[in-house]
Design a protein. Structure first.
Length: 296
């Protein structure tokens, strides 16, 4: 039985890990995930989805703040794993760790070499891509630059946002890993080198990127809202206070960018650089998120 260390953090990772557990042909020696964090206004300490799943399955857990140079790293390397599988772990893996195993694979949520980095799904939606996907790749020291073992893709629909695409791609990534891993380990599936000249990058979203620019086209504004929902959430300002927008739709209409051009009891339309968007799910400052009719 192949001995594996799994490394991941969000629900995307937990879906992949659950697939490995259910496959029952892999011995998961330990799970490595990010430390518990304080979240929300009440700053409640919350476990990562991967930790919750690991606890439920009685798997050993490591949560170093920084893996490199930690005592946990020495303990993990001493476990004697055959390989490492990562999925949205959130930290670089030390070279010493990669060198200590016979294989290290990453389940990355983009069609490499496009969108290397920490926010591939966000950028794919914001940039108006027609499809997204998952690449199973070998891990190297350079970010997401390793040889590709296999790929799978799915369309991005106008009804999709980051949350829905994460759910779709988690299942695709899980299935891709489980289908590819036996052939990869046997040597029947040969990795392919990426075309590095075609690489693009998706760094973590900055706070500046969250602010909507109404001078852009309605399609670009619409994509930005979808590409940041349900996190980190695009916003604009109303009377100097932050106004978050979780969901919108494309509508016809003209006006000065950022101007409310239609307002009824159930609808609020805002002009963009061309055409307009109808706000559907919003969160005014100091309030919970709500449907637009409740806000109006």
């Amino acid at each position: 039985m192949t001995k594996i260390i799994f490394m991941g953090t969000p629900q995307f990772s937990a879906t992949v890990l659950e697939g490995l557990i259910k496959a029952s042909s892999y011995d998961i020696l330990a799970v490595v995930t990010q430390p518990d964090r304080a979240v929300g206004r009440k700053k409640e300490i919350k476990m990562t989805p991967v930790k919750e799943l690991a606890l439920a399955n009685h798997l050993p857990i490591y949560q170093p703040e920084k893996l490199s140079g930690s005592k946990e790293l020495k303990e993990i390397m001493a476990l004697g794993a055959d390989g490492i599988i990562t999925a949205a772990y959130g930290q670089f893996l030390p070279t010493a760790l990669l060198d200590s195993v016979s294989f290290a694979l990453n389940v990355h949520a983009s069609l490499l070499p496009k969108y290397r980095g920490g926010a591939p799904i966000h950028y794919a939606i914001m940039n108006g891509e027609k499809e997204a996907g998952v690449t199973l790749m070998e891990m190297v020291k350079e970010m997401d630059a390793g040889d590709m073992v296999s790929k799978a893709s799915t369309p991005i629909l106008d009804s999709d946002n980051v949350g829905s695409m994460f759910e779709k791609l988690a299942i695709i990534g899980r299935d891709l890993l489980l289908e590819s891993l036996p052939a990869y380990l046997s040597g029947d599936l040969k990795p392919q080198t990426q075309d590095h000249s075609q690489a693009s990058f998706s760094p973590n979203i900055s706070s500046e990127q969250e602010v909507l620019d109404w001078t852009k086209s309605a399609r670009e504004v619409f994509n930005q809202i979808r590409g940041m929902s349900p996190w980190p959430v695009a916003h604009t300002y109303q009377n100097g206070e932050r106004f978050k927008i979780y969901q919108a739709s494309l509508v016809d209409g003209q006006g000065q960018p950022g101007q409310v051009i239609a307002k009824t009891k159930k609808a609020l339309h805002v002009a963009c650089g061309d055409n307009a968007v109808a706000l559907e799910l919003v969160q005014p400052a100091g309030k919970p998120k709500m449907p637009i009719q409740d806000y109006l």
